[in-house]
Design a protein around this ligand. Structure first.
Ligand code: FNR
Length: 357
């Protein structure tokens, strides 16, 4: 019987348990630099086998929401060094989630007030938080030129190098939730006619090239990727090629010796977006470690683990209100309920003031 609570290897690391803290944006850093509160927040949650940080923007152009930390300057990297030191000091491990929103952005968040970038000039019906002015509709993006793709890939590789220098154990590429990479993956949002559009192979190319660049820079075993098959977040249309795409991705990711593939189920369709059949097939086609997030509790996580469908169970919202979530799950203690009103923005309230049991 596999145990959620026993140590397990991930890449070249041995994690204390198989419970992972999901990446969660908390929008508390107007200057994009993690501070002592950020370090406190993650230190409190270091009982997780692995923490994946909130999405971290890799460049000014990557931004789509206000008050989100970055990894494009040395000051930001220094802020993150305080976080990794705090987590390691408490016995935890931590990956940085590297994020570019693509078309899910607004010109007021972009350098020089420019249009956001994306695969194609197709606007998302989505809203982004632009700070004091509140929420705004996403703008129509400017399609990226083919010769710009290497610059974006370099932005990710540079952010990964900064992450490694800041003491992170690895990075997770945010390839999920309708942001930049999923915009390229989706047949209806990507209408390109170059080698990054059209066939499944072409739509997957940007993601795979970026993963290779990250692996070259910091080592494949320190690179994970988050994907959200069938999760139609941020106005992604249903794509009939999803099964083919994921069969191809599983085959291509095999042999790349990544730390993990992290599948995210946002339950946007009312039920599970990711079926057990899909998990079985993906597992069959992919030779590496699989993480799953979305609506898990202890019983479901143990079931998935013992059925061999996943290697690690990822918890999001429960970690917000239960800094000692691992102990509470292990001892079958009641869980505190997080307050959605303090998920994003504000100070320490709803952030670092949830007590341990
Ligand atoms: C999220 N989620 C998320 N996902 C991601 O890949 N990057 C991010 O920055 C965020 N930000 C974020 C903020 C907040 C406040 C929430 C609640 C969620 C999604 C998250 O990682 C996870 O997939 C979902 O919360 C589902 O898992 P749970 O909460 O059902 O365990």
């Amino acid at each position: 019987m596999n145990s959620l609570f026993a140590p397990h290897t991930l890449g070249s690391l041995t994690l204390g348990n198989r419970i992972v803290m999901a990446p969660m944006t908390r929008s508390r850093r107007p200057d994009h630099i993690p501070d002592a509160d950020t370090a406190d927040y993650y230190r409190q949650r270091a009982g997780a086998g692995l923490i994946i940080t909130e999405g971290v923007f890799v460049s000014p152009e990557a931004q789509g929401y206000s008050h989100v930390p970055g990894l494009w300057t040395d000051e930001q990297a220094a802020g993150w060094a305080g976080v990794t030191e705090a987590v390691h000091g408490a016995g935890g491990r931590v990956f940085a989630q590297l994020w570019h929103v693509g078309r899910v952005s607004h010109s007021s968040l972009q350098p020089g007030g420019a249009a956001p970038v994306g695969p194609s000039a197709l606007r998302a019906q989505a809203q982004v938080w632009i700070g004091d002015a509140g929420f705004a509709d996403a703008d129509t993006p400017r399609p990226l030129r083919t010769d710009e793709i290497p610059r974006l890939i370099a932005d990710f590789a540079d952010a990964a190098a900064r992450a490694a220098r800041s003491g992170f154990d690895g990075v997770e590429l945010h390839g999920a939730h309708g942001f930049l990479f999923e915009q390229f993956l989706n047949a209806h949002v990507n209408d390109r006619t170059d080698r990054y559009g059209g066939s499944v192979e072409n739509r997957a190319r940007f993601l795979l090239e970026t993963l290779d660049a990250l692996a070259d820079r910091i080592g494949s075993h320190r690179v994970g990727v988050r994907l959200s098959p069938f999760t139609l977040a941020n106005d992604l249309p249903v794509d009939d090629s999803t099964e083919d795409l994921y069969a191809y991705l599983a085959q291509q990711l095999t042999g790349r010796a990544l730390a993990y593939v992290h599948l995210s189920d946002l339950h946007l369709s009312g039920g599970s977006d990711i079926s057990e059949d899909f998990l079985k097939t993906f597992r069959h086609n992919y030779d590496g470690t699989v993480l799953l997030a979305g609506g898990l509790d202890r019983a479901r996580a143990e079931y998935l683990l013992n059925a061999g469908l996943v290697d690690f169970a990822v918890f999001g919202r429960p970690f917000i209100a239960n800094p000692d979530l691992v102990e509470r799950l292990r001892d079958d203690l009641p869980l505190a309920t997080p307050d959605p009103a303090t998920f994003y923005g504000g100070g320490t309230e709803g952030y670092t003031d949830y007590p341990r049991r």
